[in-house]
Design a protein around this ligand. Structure first.
Ligand code: CTP
Ligand code: A1H0Z
Length: 445
């Protein structure tokens, strides 16, 4: 059961896309020609840098976030956009093999690789050359519009891509901008303040940018060596060599570039937060409303009010659990009442492994045991519960983080409520932190 990619958004040129595209390019929908031919769109991702400012040996585009390289998140973001037909990535020769492994491991599609240059502009130029020349054995063809996007900007959404592409089709070039956070100043030769720029009248140039292919390709072909060596702004090349004043498109705060180590931590926190928004409680039955698992479910909903909590039954005919997996839920709480065996958890884990859902993000599975460990010999129960350690080690290889949670049951109502609240706190922490160091652990609420 393959997880479906997030449903693609509007395509520029189709009726739905034309209205959205018209809205994006500030045309009135009535002016949009719903049957306007969709422009052929490709993307070039410069990924040939060394990441000096990150201060680590690994170039930042290959630095791991949740054990997956940063560049893979950017590729995933662009692949979600159905109307980008080719994605050309410029990497250095020494990283080519690593890049091919990433493409294979994370099942990236529509990716072509070219050799990076010694500067970002040269890397981009190499990517454009791969698109420009219809080499006989190349599956690439020249697009009408080309997106240029840094490989280290993972949080790019379809709406801003649609906006810059639509604007580039009309103006020849377009780029995302953001308000300045700091004021820009110009120092004098002796290192003192010469003058400062009025912050409100200036913007930061971000990515993505988009160009009519011929505009930017001709600009690069005319580009001076100095500009290729020291330039940092593609929009400026379109202006200087193509006399095109790019359309500026307000972008979202998420368009920032991972540059320093702090940016990597920030990116990991954002990703963790995004995949923690949906928790599925899996119970052996949904009918018994007094089922203590439902009390846990209600408490989770109340305590984690920003999180979607759904429940799925494990019975073999259960379609709802399959649907929840297809909707890409990455957090599962498997409730076992008065049982310490693994059958239900094992069934869930098998479904998750078959879904391949954990290829892109680690899945958290918490096996909750409501157990009156006074009623039966504790060592007998512990013997079966301790199996979680070995089992967790096994499923970790499939990027599934399994841990256990013991809640003493039955117990008097007040103590049970306290245990349930503690259990919710533990569940929320395991999901939020998604720390592989806790796999196989048996925690007690
Ligand atoms: N010769 C280069 C240099 C940079 N880039 C890419 O351009 C993007 C933005 O550049 P930057 O943030 O400056 O990356 P680095 O040059 O790697 O960073 P640093 O300046 O800290 O070394 C990155 O995806 C980077 O991999 C590239 O393709 N080829
Ligand atoms: O200068 P850097 O290589 O860090 O960044 C390259 C670009 O992302 C940067 O110049 C943006 O302002 C967009 O042009």
């Amino acid at each position: 059961m393959e997880p479906r990619p997030a449903a693609p958004g509007p395509c520029p040129g189709d009726s739905r896309g034309a209205e959205q595209a018209a809205a994006a390019s500030s045309l009135h929908p009535a002016e949009a020609q719903p049957r306007r031919r969709a422009p052929a769109v490709a993307a070039v991702l410069p990924a040939g840098g060394s990441g000096e400012r990150m201060g680590v040996p690994t170039p930042k585009q290959f630095c791991p976030i949740l054990e997956r390289p940063l560049i893979s998140y950017t590729l995933q973001a662009l692949e979600r956009v159905c109307w980008i037909k080719d994605i050309v990535v410029a990497v250095t020769g020494e990283n080519m093999k690593a890049m091919k492994c990433i493409i294979q491991k994370y099942q990236h599609q529509r990716i072509s690789l070219v050799e990076a240059g010694v500067t970002r502009h040269r890397s981009i130029f190499n990517g454009l050359k791969a698109l420009a020349e219809d080499q006989p054995d190349s599956k690439l063809s020249k697009p009408e519009v080309v997106i240029i996007h840094d490989a280290v900007r993972p949080f790019v959404e379809e709406d801003v891509l649609l906006k810059v592409v639509t604007a580039a089709k009309e103006h020849g070039a377009a780029g995302a901008i953001r308000p300045l956070v700091s004021t820009v100043i110009s120092p004098s030769a002796d290192g003192c303040l010469d003058h400062s720029l009025e912050r409100a009248r200036h913007r930061a140039s971000e990515m993505p940018q988009a160009f009519l292919f011929d505009v930017i390709y001709e600009a690069y072909q005319q580009c001076s060596d100095y500009d290729l060596e020291f330039g940092t702004e593609c929009l400026q090349l379109a202006l200087k060599y193509g006399h095109i004043n790019a359309k500026l498109v307000e972008g979202s705060p998420d368009l920032w570039k991972v540059t320093y180590k702090r940016d990597l931590y920030a990116a990991e926190s954002i990703i963790k937060e995004r995949i923690s928004q949906h928790i599925c409680i899996v119970m052996d039955t949904k009918e018994d409303e007094n089922h203590v698992g439902h009390h846990l479910e209600e408490l989770l909903k109340n305590e984690l009010n920003h999180v979607k909590v759904t429940s799925g039954a494990l019975c073999p005919t259960s379609r709802d659990l399959e649907q929840i997996i297809l909707e890409q839920c990455y957090n599962y709480v498997c409730v076992n009442v008065m049982s310490s065996d693994f059958e239900e958890t094992r069934t869930l884990l098998n479904m998750l492994e078959e879904s391949n859902l954990s290829i892109l993000y680690p899945i958290v599975v918490i096996s909750v045991y409501f157990l009156d460990y006074k009623s039966v010999p504790f060592d007998e129960k512990m013997e079966s519960l301790i199996q979680i350690r070995e089992y967790a080690k096994e499923v970790k290889k499939r990027n599934i983080l399994l841990s256990g949670l013991l809640i003493y049951f039955p117990q008097d109502e007040q103590k049970l409520q306290a245990s349930l609240r503690q259990g919710v706190t533990i569940i929320a922490t395991l999901i939020k932190e998604r720390n592989s160091g806790l796999v196989g652990q048996l925690l007690v609420a």
